[in-house]
Design a protein around this ligand. Sequence first.
Ligand SMILES: [Zn+2]
Ligand SMILES: [Zn+2]
Length: 482
Amino acid sequence: MNNGRITLLNSQHETLTSFLDSHPDGHEKAAVVLFRRLHIPVEGLEDSDRYIAKEIIPFEESWVSGSSPVYIAFKLASLRNLFRRCEEEGLVFGFVHNHPGGPTEFSTVDDENEITLLTALRNRNGNNITFVAMLWANGKWVARTRRANAPEVAIPVRHTLVLSNRLHLYGYRESSADHSEMQARQAAAFGRPFVDMLQSLRVAVVGCGGTGSPLATLLARSGIGELVQIDKDTLAKSNLNRVRGLRAADVGENKARALKEFIDSIGLSVKVAAFESEVDNDPVALDALASCDVVFGCTDDYAGRGVMSTALYVYAQLLIDVGLGGRVHGDLDGQPVLRYHFGRISSILPEAGQCLFCQDVVRDVWIRTQQARRENPEITEEELKERYLEDGGTGAPGVGPFTSATADFAIATLFDLIKPFRRFPLALRKDMYIVDFVTMEIRSYQVEEKPDCPYCRQREFLLMKEVYRLNQPYLGKRDEFT
Ligand SMILES: [Zn+2]
Ligand SMILES: [Zn+2]
């Protein structure tokens, strides 16, 4: 059973719900949502397609043949054009309606309507298609899918996720008793629905070192349902001062896989998939990333950050990116002195927050420099200068309590985006703050607004139609509609 996940941007959610609720006499209304379906099996995780809303099409008056507060009838012929678009553009047809006076679940009439719609759709577009039905009732979304080869089987979705300046989840499953006891303390702080929401999410952790390993470990313990861990590197002895769950015996092993082994051994309900690779040059890892609702960036790799900062718009995700910065000077005796040291937590949503480029966390020139070094490890500073290339940021010394604390702040940021509890002072930005371990302050820094930013301002990448993965030909094509 493939329990899909639906994602709507807040602007789409607002358009839909205000239209559905707009009948002067409280009649039912209907709309079509065209979805992009990401069908990406990830080894070790349950199949769960992502349905990302691309376009909202409210029913025109002329399409409706009759309505009341408890029903809506329409002319199938009005939808033919949209059926054709689904076939031509590889989109999934979604039928949306509301129940202004209840019930809050699909009715038997809805069953019949969906089967009629899907049959018409199948007759035109073939047997290998999927259909989505969404119901808006009592301020909540309920949704399910059907396959053309078995129209009578309604498959509930795992959840419907609306991305605004936070995460809103609807229709998630209630957790089992065993899970409930493990999460009792968290439920006491944030409520039972919060625990169930965490259980419903698929979360990527990119980079499984100093910040990634404590982060993944605590995400698993906090009740996240599925983790996708991606790291190309092997564990070094010098990592052992700060990683979690990794042992001296794992030195030389791949960090993502060794961490999966540890998390699997804890005895939690979380399912973990591990990839020994990088998102910026491995299509399989990028696909696994695209299958996630939430991404944690825990790498100091600029190309990887560039990919994640683009992916959040194309795949409609929350990105929480974590980084550390610092500088060590010498004292009179030549002993090191930590002059400054901080952890940065950035959280960016498709319609909220500045992208990582605008936050000056990653620059194109830093990515190009990294690529130049990768192609030619011998390249000299002189040669880099000649090509106008430069490295970014400042190196952080990699001290355990600071990497762990930053990871903990990042997880608390996810919690706050699911169940807001923080009261931000005016001087703090919601999309980026730093925890300064030397001055003992939490603060944000302002960066110049870039109105022409293609990511967060012009939104050129938002729900972009991909010819190749993220339209990077070197990453290859994805066959997602099979
Ligand atoms: Zn209905
Ligand atoms: Zn930007």
